[in-house]
Design a protein around this ligand. Structure first.
Ligand code: FMN
Length: 202
């Protein structure tokens, strides 16, 4: 099983990246046979969408094609976003403009949102509403909100009860995602779901 982890913060060395790396390590610990692909949008230099992508412009071939190849080989997607002004980041929304059904369609997605305070609910709602229609990513019911993130996941072992329950919840969510990822391989094997006429959802 291969997992794509998309870190949506636009800041280098962000708290979201800390969470992304923790999740990547936990995937390796829980499922030693698995592979991961971590895309850090803050440093990946992915431009904002423009119409030249549809004309097959060279710049998009260079930048997007290697990312697309990684995504195509993944079985599950974990978008991670900080809550910024009550929203998911523009870079993460841009990622969902660029990623098509060919890359992430009919794969289970598990959203992770990050807040330095008590926030984090709004990006979950936003992504569930408006990031999957054209690319057919399938969000599972489980998601994670990492609140008070600067106090979480900092040491090798949990520090205090809140950090411990956060880690326990992450493991639970990753185990749930693993079950969905296995089941969705069967879904992608079905010819029923591929229809060029209706490929963009409604
Ligand atoms: C532009 C901006 C807007 C923010 N808005 C919110 C917000 O609406 N709710 C919230 O809980 N935290 C907000 N924060 C704080 C983030 O939760 C905090 O920066 C946290 O570390 C996650 O962001 P990071 O992954 O970029 O580090 C905001 C931070 C920035 C830079």
């Amino acid at each position: 099983m291969k997992y794509a982890i998309i870190c949506g913060s636009q800041r280098e060395d962000s708290q979201s990246l800390k969470v992304a790396r923790y999740i990547e390590n936990q995937i390796k610990a829980l499922f030693p046979e698995s592979e991961t692909y971590l895309l850090e949008l803050a440093t990946a230099n992915v431009p904002f969408w423009d119409p030249s992508i549809w004309a097959g412009a060279e710049k998009w071939k260079q930048i997007w094609s290697p990312i697309a190849a990684e995504l195509q080989s993944c079985d599950a997607v974990i978008p991670i976003t900080p809550e910024w002004a009550g929203m998911a980041t523009p870079m993460l929304k841009n990622f969902f403009l660029l990623a098509s059904g060919k890359e992430i369609g009919h794969k289970p997605g598990m959203i992770v949102s990050v807040s330095s305070g008590r926030g984090g609910a709004y990006p979950i709602n936003e992504l569930r509403t408006s990031s999957y229609k054209n690319n057919q990513l399938c969000y599972i019911p489980e998601h994670l909100v990492i609140r008070f993130v600067t106090e979480r996941l900092n040491e090798a072992e949990a520090v205090g009860e809140d950090d411990a329950i956060t880690r326990e919840r992450i493991d639970y969510a990753l185990n749930v995602l693993e079950v969905y990822a296995k089941a969705f391989q069967g879904i992608r094997a079905s010819e029923v779901i591929y229809n060029d006429k209706f490929k963009f959802g409604m």
